[in-house]
Write a protein that binds this ligand. Structure first.
Ligand code: 13P
Ligand code: SF4
Length: 320
């Protein structure tokens, strides 16, 4: 505890010295989210993180999240220094969608609009017509429906098939998945619903269709937090990373939030409702990044960044 307090003090001082601001995702650990709040930074979903970094006047952004979030920040504001607690924090969706293979895949369908999730590399974004986050994916696909062109969607197959079902749009899906959400189990969730018959079920659409079917509300992290605030149930079963409980509990101290079960039932699951890469964003790593940027700074190839900037700007304008 003493050590943590010291790290926090030092981070606060460094943020001021370097005119830096902490931008954290809802899946980071509670103490990181609290620190972002206390220091005038932001805690947000991936869309809002991009928007906040883009608009803030700080010289340096320290992005507590995963690599694609740091890269997005750098692409949108190349004049800023973008640091991350660790450059090792990746995402299974990004890893499962190598740019070269994705480009070949897209080249087979030249008459399709290419829509990619923000959880991708700069090179994959550079190949896309649109970049979306889960907050606006449905709206963007509905908007594109008017153009009448079919869509290539990548990389999350669960989110893709959810959107396909909702909109009826003709979509070809890249077969990627999030290791955290993919593990939620419909069978175990049904059993848990029997234990808590009055609980509302909140599900992130990166979860399998069988889990989404059991949901009372489906949406991005920010949409699930809104649902927790607005719904009158006193208990919620939540199928997303448990980092989100910090915000849900903060605004709803009298409500109970329960983790949705994974297939391994805690024993064999790989990630057990917490992203291993989000978990790398600790206080020590933040302090290190602010003390010495070496090995913490995000750089994006300029040519790729210029290409990726186009669909990212479209995303921000669409969401505005
Ligand atoms: P959102 O916060 O945009 O819903 O994204 C979820 C996610 O998995 C980010 O890693
Ligand atoms: Fe990627 Fe899933 Fe982790 Fe989000 S929770 S960063 S989608 S692996």
């Amino acid at each position: 505890e003493q050590e943590k307090t010291e790290y926090k003090q030092r981070i606060k001082q460094l943020l001021k010295e370097k005119n830096a601001v902490l931008v954290a995702h809802y899946y980071t650990d509670p103490e990181i989210q609290a620190l972002a709040e206390e220091t005038g930074g932001c805690v947000a979903d991936s869309l809002e993180m991009a928007r906040f970094g883009n608009q803030h006047e700080a010289d340096t952004l320290i992005v507590a999240g995963v690599k694609f979030m740091g890269e997005t920040a750098k692409i949108l504001t190349p004049e800023k220094t973008v640091l991350m607690p660790t450059l090792e924090a990746t995402c299974s969706l990004d890893l499962g969608c190598p740019a070269e293979e994705f480009t070949k895949f897209c080249d087979q369908y030249p008459d399709h609009n290419v829509v990619v999730y923000a959880n991708t590399s700069a090179a994959v974004k550079a190949r896309a017509d649109w970049v979306v986050t889960s907050s606006i994916a449905l709206e963007v696909v509905e908007h594109l429906e008017a153009e009448g062109k079919p869509i290539i969607w990548g990389p999350d197959r669960h989110l893709g098939s959810y959107i396909q079902k909702q909109t009826g749009v003709d979509m070809i899906l890249w077969q990627g998945e999030c290791i955290v959400h993919d593990e939620f189990s419909a069978k175990a969730l049904k059993d848990l619903k029997n234990v808590y018959p009055n609980a509302a079920v909140l599900v992130h659409p990166e979860s399998p269709a069988s889990v989404v079917e059991l949901a009372d509300a489906v949406g991005s992290t920010s949409q699930l937090i809104n649902a927790a605030n607005e719904m009158e149930n006193d208990t919620f079963i939540v199928a997303t990373d448990r980092g989100i409980f910090y915000k849900m509990q903060q605004s709803n101290p009298d409500k109970t939030f329960i983790e949705a079960p994974t297939a391994g039932n805690g024993a064999t699951c790989k990630s057990c409702a917490h992203c291993p890469w989000m978990a790398m964003n600790g206080l020590k790593a933040i302090e290190e990044a602010l003390t010495d940027a070496t090995g913490h700074e995000i750089f994006v190839d300029e040519t790729l960044a210029a290409e990726a900037m186009k669909p990212l700007t479209k995303m921000l304008n669409f969401a505005a």
